[in-house]
Design a protein around this ligand. Structure first.
Ligand code: DGJ
Length: 722
């Protein structure tokens, strides 16, 4: 790995990948190449004039910014494509032109102040180049950060924009990344969805004009995950140049693909410009969230495994990062708000008998909360409902050999709460305008230090008052009526970003004050399944949809970027509460075992044979969770295009593998499936179901699946190198 500077070129590379930036004679930073490894000195820009363009150099009519590929394009200064940043001063909008000034190389990867980011544990893992550009007339300096990893095809980018003028300015746009690709046939995938239907694959051809996706919800959202795959047309799991861009951010985001008149494609990702205007006084700066770019020359699977390893080991942090996760029982779908201590202990008794390790008490344990109409913000235990204190309940769980975990929704406030009655101004709303409720609740104004302090104080009090070893951090509404009494009129455009900065500050403080607690993020299911949250909490509840068939889609889409260790997945009751579907218990187990595994149903109502089957699932998971958490992941059959779904994990040394297969929706006399495995050692022999087969046979001929006739038929194959 190296960053090489020669003949006005920066070559950012490792063994498999190159990224080349050129400083033009005019001192512009040009984006020359990004892809498989090349020799940077061999390439050059096309020398070609275009019509109806503006010259950016009076002495060279061929030199036009709207034609050249650029690193961080300006607005209005004759590049007619999307700008990476925009500023406004008291004189109006401005058209700066950033010119190259200097560079600095840093070993390793510096942290980003106040924001989550990928990190290194040792400086030898990565190298960072910071390139400084500026426009002195407009008084703006932009530092562009690029970190390249030695052993993974990863480049992390973000920028730092400083007001170097003598007066204030507004930043109206600040992208994390801008990339210009040459004309070609491209496609892209994004993960779209809705509540209980998150992370569905949407694959499209890149076409002329502007396309993309975004969130304006104040959260990364159920509808669009902050992740883009851009690739050569026709790419698949094993073939094609693939670029993954993942934004380490939990708020409003925007991904834009723009194919312009010469068919070049500009890609940008960053904070959404929607209601964004950030005031910078003289000397102040703005730091964009980090964009993590992964390149694969060999299709989707390689990109996936690069993201998985990076996010599992260099984004997630803390004690639980490298530990397997306890199997949990959550009482939400078992009881909803309607529980007593006796009921909880009945479920706990059944849970401990079948080997479950953690009991999670969900919504309804605090204030006067017996439905979703009140008490958010009143984080005091309801002793009457709990039949005692949380401490006593935790002790009861511990006596049964179970850890105890608790649900919170710390960013919300119910109008019917003591907190709201005391501090109505703490809720996000516009003065004298009726705010729009969602699930009967409003959002707490996390831009305010007093609000953040109150929440930290309440959570600290509860978490230190009982033996709580797990926290589910929920967030069940998106933002409307955005306004803060804390901010002057010309800073209201900072609200969305300041909210997320406030949230990150609270998360940093709480998670470092309680380093032994396992935190799981949640936002009405997968409404904030993003890398930003994973920096603080190593797992995320993937969806409120616990239906096994629906989970095949959700987990397949999410697997593109997020490792199984980060995905909360539970077996729930049938008929399923979200879809009414009845699926086999074995299928529910096979699907849910692909993540941080648990159960979410009233175990005390199940018969012996169901509990017996669950006990076996639990034993199987315990024996295999290490591989699920850390193995290389391969998608074998795509549920979006097939009647079947299959995937597998392979240990790093290729000595073990686990293959999962499910019939998603059958039809009479359906086709026989030959499951062609991936990622094995082709020269090795593996024992599978008592038989010995070679890696090359398993990958080229496959496994013939016999039990594949009825909906939900499923199999798990264990492979061991002989
Ligand atoms: C939404 C979550 O996704 C559910 O799992 C549950 O915790 C409810 N909120 C509780 O209100």
């Amino acid at each position: 790995m190296a960053i090489e500077i020669k003949n006005n070129r920066f070559h950012i590379y490792n063994n498999e990948m190159s990224y080349v930036i050129e400083i033009s004679e005019q001192d512009d930073l040009l984006n020359l190449y990004y892809g498989a490894r090349i020799d940077a000195e061999d390439i050059r820009l096309p020398k070609r004039g275009r019509n109806i363009v503006c010259n950016a150099d009076d002495n060279n009519v061929m030199y036009s910014l709207s034609v050249l590929p650029q690193e961080y394009p300006s607005s209005g200064a004759s590049d007619f494509r999307s700008p990476a940043y925009e500023i406004e001063t008291d004189k109006g909008l401005h058209t700066p032109e950033l010119k190259y000034k200097s560079y600095e190389i840093i070993e390793g990867k510096p942290p980003i102040k106040g924001l989550p980011a990928v990190y290194t544990e040792d400086d030898s893992e990565a190298q960072t180049i910071v390139i400084t550009t500026a426009d002195e007339i407009h008084g703006i300096e932009v530092k562009l950060y690029y970190t390249v990893f030695e052993n993974q095809n990863v480049i992390c980018r973000h920028s730092e924009i400083t007001n170097i003028s003598n007066q204030y300015m507004y930043l109206n746009n600040a992208q994390s990344v801008s990339l210009d690709f040459p004309a070609g046939d491209y496609e892209y995938i994004h993960l779209e969805g809705a509540w209980a239907r998150e992370k569905h694959i949407d694959r499209n051809a890149v076409h002329k004009g502007t396309q993309g996706f975004e969130s304006r919800r104040g959260a990364s959202g159920h509808a669009e995950n902050p992740f883009l795959m851009f690739f050569d047309k026709g790419s698949n799991e094993d073939y094609g140049n693939v670029y993954g861009i993942s934004l380490v951010y939990s708020g409003n985001h925007k991904f834009t693909l723009e194919q312009e008149m010469y068919e070049n494609v500009r890609i940008q990702a960053g904070i959404n410009q929607f209601n964004f205007r950030f005031k910078l006084n003289k000397g102040e700066n703005f730091i964009t969230p980090e964009a993590v770019m992964v390149y694969s020359q060999n299709g989707f699977a390689k990109m996936t495994n690069t993201f998985h390893k990076l996010y599992r080991t260099r984004l997630c942090r803390g004690k639980w990062r490298d530990k397997t996760r306890p199997i949990l029982i959550n009482n939400w779908e078992a009881t909803y708000f309607d529980f007593t201590k006796e009921k909880l202990l009945e479920i706990a008794d059944a849970a401990s008998k079948i080997g479950i390790e953690l009991f999670v008490l969900d919504d309804g344990w605090f204030g006067k909360r017996n439905n979703d109409e009140c008490s958010l913000g009143d984080w005091y235990e309801n002793k009457e409902k709990l039949g005692g204190t949380l401490r006593e309940l935790a002790e009861e769980m511990n006596k049964r050999g179970l850890k105890f975990g608790l649900w919170f929704e710390p960013e919300m406030i119910s109008p019917d709460s003591d907190l709201y009655r005391t501090h109505p101004d703490w809720a996000v709303s516009i003065p004298n305008v009726r705010p729009h409720l969602s699930r009967n609740q409003l959002v707490l104004d996390y831009t305010r230090a007093d609000v953040r302090e109150y929440i930290i104080e309440r959570l600290t009090d509860v978490l230190s008052g009982a033996n709580i070893e797990y926290v589910k951090w929920d967030m069940n509404r998106n933002m409307s009526d955005v306004y803060s009494l804390n901010l002057p009129a010309d800073r209201q455009g900072e609200f969305y970003h300041r909210y997320i900065l406030g949230l990150y500050e609270v998360l940093e403080k709480i998670t470092s004050a309680f380093p032994d607690i396992l935190f799981e993020g949640c936002a009405g299911g997968g409404g904030r399944n993003d890398p930003g949250m994973l920096y603080y909490m190593p797992q995320n509840w993937a969806s409120d949809d616990t239906d096994a068939t629906e989970r095949l889609y959700i987990q397949y889409g999410g697997s593109m970027v997020y490792p199984a260790s980060t995905v909360g997945a539970h077996v729930s009751a049938v008929p399923n509460h979200q879809t009414g579907r009845i699926s086999l218990l074995s299928m529910r187990g096979t699907v849910a075992m692909n993540g941080a595994f648990g159960y979410e149903l009233d175990l005390s109502k199940l018969d012996k044979s169901e509990l017996g089957e669950m006990k076996k699932q639990i034993e199987f998971y315990k024996n295999n969770r290490e591989l699920v958490m850390t193995g290389d992941y391969y998608r074998l059959l795509n549920p979006f295009t097939s009647r079947h779904s299959a995937w597998m994990y392979v240990s790093e040394d290729k000595s073990r593998a686990l293959v999962y297969y499910v019939v998603k929706d059958t039809r009479p006399e359906n086709e026989t499936v030959y499951l062609k495995l991936k990622g094995l050692d082709e020269n090795a022999k593996y024992i599978i179901n008592g038989e010995t087969k070679s890696g090359r046979t398993l990958m080229n001929y496959g496994i013939v699946v016999d039990k594949a006739e009825r909906d939900g038929d499923n199999m798990i194959f264990e492979l061991e190198k002989r």
